[in-house]
Ligand binder design. Sequence first.
Ligand SMILES: Cc1cc2nc3c(=O)[nH]c(=O)nc-3n(C[C@H](O)[C@H](O)[C@H](O)COP(=O)(O)O)c2cc1C
Length: 192
Amino acid sequence: MGKVCIKGVGEFCHHYPSVAAVVTARVGEKANAMAAAWHSPLSRKPPLYGVAISPKRFTHELILEAGEFGVNFLPFEKAEVIASLGGSTGRKADKFRLFDIAEEKPVLTSAPILAEAYAAYECQLVSHHTFGDHTWFVGEIVMVHLVEGALTDEGVLDLSSVKPAMYLGADRYVTTLRESLCYLDRKAWTKK
Ligand SMILES: Cc1cc2nc3c(=O)[nH]c(=O)nc-3n(C[C@H](O)[C@H](O)[C@H](O)COP(=O)(O)O)c2cc1C
């Protein structure tokens, strides 16, 4: 199959699929949540996590003010919630009420934790920097919320109990199939 070379990124979908997260923040009575597909781990010690948020988002304001944010991972069955949170702004409406989203109490921060999340990080903002049209917020993970049985003994997501919600771009969502799982020991696959 031939390849084409294209100048410019167009819809910028080539790096998908990636896990669709829900980024949250709270300032006083005002809590908000938005969908985010641009996020990444950055460091293990200390545990740092980055999210790319456009200054147009209400969440952007809240993170700056709160100095904290949450990163929530919802299962594929809740992809509609992700679409709802990514298709509306919390500037004028309380999305938690509007979409009937249940919250759990955070432990060390003010950032809302979604009850439906199989895993969530509470992050304290340590740095932020503007790159082009997004702000890269870096948070130290100070608390992890994890549903019991979500991980296997090896510490990876147990696909027989959790199906992650992944974003393919253009409002398409997919998940992973347990049947596609393969174990490739990196040492066994290294050429000697
Ligand atoms: C699947 C999905 C992923 C998204 N990823 C991002 C992202 O990584 N960064 C961003 O700034 N906006 C992203 N958005 C858009 C925001 O979620 C959307 O603009 C949202 O309405 C912002 O809400 P807020 O104004 O309440 O903060 C995404 C939307 C969807 C549906």
